[in-house]
Structure formats: structure tokens, C-alpha cells
Design a protein around this ligand. Structure first.
Ligand SMILES: *Cc1c(COP(=O)(O)O)cnc(C)c1O
Length: 430
């Protein structure tokens, strides 16, 4: 990693983790469509299982194509290691798994992707884990929510559905003082716009389904470890700091130092939970990442143009995009995401629920889907779709009021994106 650390983002997104294939010289990372790897002899097999030597055993644990992707994302995020998973939601469970146990909790931001709210408020209870949700702009509330059983703090860098940027250094200071890791979901920003590890995060999670792949082809996820957290500093993380009974008593913290979390996640997390990314999926994401910076620059440029146009249009009540000077979070861009505030935001249409439904139905270039981070412009009216079971009060709290639509601005010609909104708004508000 040290050789590449000096290279720029545009170089790393193409080269990190990928050398010419040792077997064939193939320049592009081959899709290793294979499950098992022949041991040289019994000693080699024993060394691999003891983690004394790094190598492939079985593709539930590691696969050369998937490992190339993990290494590339680790480089882009400035981490020590990474683990690829079958989806973004799998990555969130994998990030928590080495830290948590029955009766333990995390403190999470109220501003999260809707699916993450459900996962953390409901589903993790089945494991005996729980989450306390607080407003991450209220630093005293974050501090107060951390108790003796808290094992992580969880937030998004740029929070879906947009308009909110987390003050990551301030939150990292609180989690550090409590001796627990900060986990940042960097999906909406991508490592091009935001580097949570540089800002103090311990772990970064991604839904690679979104910007990293960038074209709506595969689901995937990733956990990146900074390698900087001292798991031995207290007795809160016995899986990493004490002999691990699930791996013949190996102490990962002692044996693997800054790679303890990564190896634990492969040797136990992937081995026993099996949320593995497949090599075909990794291939699509490797292809996508090669153009990440180019796409993100265009996403941001287009989002700014569209948000500015909307803000000045009489048919619109308000636009929540942190890239607009009117946003209360505009001041955070410089420190948190200096290359831009992403391309995901919401706007409120005069004419309320009915106008929003008509707007969505009359758009031609935009696709009406529950996704984000595609090269295509996407829109969803949350109140009539993903949030339709909620009460009006719950919809408002989630930023999904009946008069609000969420857009993920693509990389088409901005003139065409605006023209499409213009013609559909005319029909929706006439
Ligand atoms: C989509 C998304 C997820 C979940 O990822 P999947 O790949 O759909 O499982 C988590 N966090 C954020 C911010 C997302 O946008």
C-alpha cells in the first residue's frame, strides 16, 4: 500500500489492487469463476488455515477477483484492509459482527437510508443487539446516548435522502473518547467526495450497488477498516483482543495488529455468516470504479445545475441540497466533502401529493425507481411508495412528506435533465 499511497485518486481507481494476472499476463483482472484452490501440500494447507500464510482456500472466504476489488476500495478509502460482501446491508452486519453480542448496542444517527433504519431498529434485535437513534447535530445527545454497553457509533457521511452532511470529526472525537469505533456509511458520497477515515472514522461501509459500480447492474457491499483502532485498549472487544474461541483460540489483535478486523471478518465473519460477494459481481464493480472520479465530478456538476434551476422555479417550494448556499449544511462541505455534496437531494412541489404523483408519471428521461447512484437520473415519490405505510408525522420526520420527491441526478446532459423536469412540472402543476 505504501508505494501506491502517493498516487492520485484517478490513478488508484484504475490500478490499485490489480497487477497483470500472474498465470496468463491478462491485463484486466480476470473473473476467477472458481470455488476452491489446490493446496501445494499439507504444510501449505496448515499454514493457510493458521493464517500464517495468506492465500485462497475456498471462495466463501476469499476469491482473487473479489480480493482485487477489496484491495482497490481499501486504497481509495485509505484503509488497511477491506472485506467485500453480497450487499450494502450485508456489509453493515459484517461491520457490526466482530464488535457486538447479546445485550450490546450501537448509537445511530436518525438520518439514515430507510432500509438501514429498519435493519438497525428492528432486525438486529433478533441477535440481541439494539440501536439508540439520536440527532447527530446534537453532540451532547450523542454523548449521552453512549453507555457501558455501546460498541459502535453509526452514521452516513452525506445522508440519504440528501441535504444533510455529518460533522464526522466531531462525532469521531466523541466515539474515540468513549473507546469505541465510529462506523461511517460512505455510500452517497463515495470515496471520491469524502474520506471518513481521514476525518477520524474507524470503519467505512459501502453499498457498492450505488456509485462505486455506477450503472445499476449488481448488488454488493464492502467494509473498510482503517487499521488504526486499538482493539486492546479496553475489554469491550473480546473477539479481537482476547483468544477467539471461534478460531481455535487465536488472538486476532495480537497476531494480526492493524489487520485484526479484516482477518477476523474473513476467517469468522465470511466463514460463518456467508455473506460473500461473487466474482462476477466484483468484476462489474471493478469496471465501474475505473471511472468513479469522472462520474462523481459530473454527478456533482449536474446536481448543482439542477438544484439551482429548481430553487429558482416558482413551482417549487424548497430544495434540500447541501451544495446550495441556502442549505444549513453548506458550510460543512469544505471540511467533509470538499469535492462536492453528491447528487442526491429532495425538493418540495407546490400542489402537494397529487402534483408529485403527476410529476413522476410525466417524466420521460427520469426513471421512477427505488435506487440511487446510477448513471441515469432517478426519481421517487417516497410518500406514495417506500414510505406509504407511515403516518403523515412519520413521513415528515423521514424527510418524505407528501409534497416531496427525491432525485438521484445522473450524468446525462444537464440541459436534457432540466428540460424533462420542466415539461413534467408544467403538466403536474397546471
Ligand atoms: C442502498 C443503500 C444501502 C443498502 O445497500 P444494498 O446494497 O441495497 O444492500 C445502505 N446505505 C445506503 C446509504 C444506501 O444507499
Amino acid at each position: 500500500m505504501s508505494d501506491n499511497a502517493k498516487q492520485g485518486f484517478d490513478t488508484l481507481q484504475i490500478h490499485a489492487g490489480a497487477a497483470p494476472d500472474p498465470a496468463t499476463g491478462a491485463r484486466q483482472v480476470p473473473i476467477y469463476q472458481t470455488t476452491a484452490y489446490v493446496f501445494r501440500d499439507s504444510d501449505h494447507a496448515a499454514a493457510l488455515f493458521n493464517l500464517a500464510e495468506v492465500g485462497n482456500i475456498y471462495s466463501r472466504l476469499t476469491n482473487p477477483t473479489v480480493s482485487a476489488l477489496a484491495e482497490r476500495i481499501a486504497h481509495l478509502e485509505g484503509g488497511a484492509g477491506a472485506i467485500c460482501c453480497s450487499s450494502g446491508h450485508a456489509a453493515q452486519i459484517m461491520a457490526l459482527f466482530p464488535l457486538m453480542g447479546p445485550g450490546l448496542n450501537i448509537v445511530a444517527s436518525t438520518r439514515l437510508y430507510g432500509g438501514s433504519v429498519t435493519q438497525l431498529s428492528q432486525t438486529i434485535k433478533r441477535f440481541g443487539w439494539s440501536a439508540t437513534f439520536v440527532d447527530f447535530d446534537d453532540l451532547d445527545a450523542v454523548k449521552a446516548a453512549i453507555d457501558d454497553n455501546t460498541r459502535a457509533v453509526f452514521c452516513e457521511s452525506i445522508a440519504n435522502p440528501g441535504g444533510y452532511i455529518t460533522d464526522i470529526p466531531a462525532i469521531a472525537e466523541i466515539s474515540n473518547a468513549a473507546g469505541i469505533p465510529l462506523i461511517v456509511d460512505n455510500t452517497s458520497a463515495s470515496p471520491y467526495l469524502c474520506n471518513p477515515i481521514e476525518l477520524g472514522a474507524t470503519l467505512v461501509v459501502h453499498s457498492t450497488t450505488k456509485y462505486l459500480t455506477g450503472n445499476g447492474t449488481v448488488t454488493g457491499g464492502c467494509v473498510v477498516d482503517s487499521g488504526k483502532f486499538d482493539w486492546m485498549q479496553n475489554d469491550k472487544f473480546p473477539s479481537l483482543s482476547k483468544p477467539e474461541p471461534a478460531y481455535h483460540g487465536l488472538c486476532f489483535g495480537e497476531a494480526l495488529g492493524p489487520m485484526a478486523f479484516t482477518f477476523h471478518s474473513i476467517a469468522i465473519g465470511l466463514r460463518d455468516l456467508g455473506m460473500t460477494m461473487n466474482p462476477q459481481g466484483a468484476h462489474y464493480t471493478l469496471m465501474g470504479i475505473e471511472t468513479l472520479s469522472l462520474r462523481m465530478r459530473k454527478h456533482v456538476e449536474n446536481a448543482k445545475a439542477v438544484a439551482t434551476w429548481l430553487e429558482n422555479d416558482d413551482r417549487i417550494d424548497y430544495v434540500t441540497y447541501a451544495g446550495l448556499e441556502s442549505s444549513p449544511y453548506y458550510d460543512r462541505i469544505e471540511n467533509i466533502c470538499p469535492r462536492g455534496a453528491g447528487a442526491l437531494f429532495t425538493f418540495a412541489v407546490k400542489g402537494g401529493y397529487d402534483a408529485c404523483v403527476k410529476l413522476v408519471d410525466n417524466l420521460e428521461l427520469f426513471s421512477h425507481v427505488a435506487n440511487l447512484g446510477d448513471a441515469r437520473s432517478l426519481i421517487i415519490h417516497s410518500a406514495s411508495t417506500t414510505h406509504r405505510q407511515l403516518t403523515p408525522e412519520q413521513q415528515e420526520a423521514a424527510g418524505a412528506s407528501p409534497n416531496v420527491v427525491r432525485v438521484s441526478i445522473g450524468i446525462e446532459d444537464p440541459k436534457d435533465i432540466i428540460a424533462d423536469l420542466d415539461q413534467a412540472l408544467a403538466k403536474a402543476t397546471s
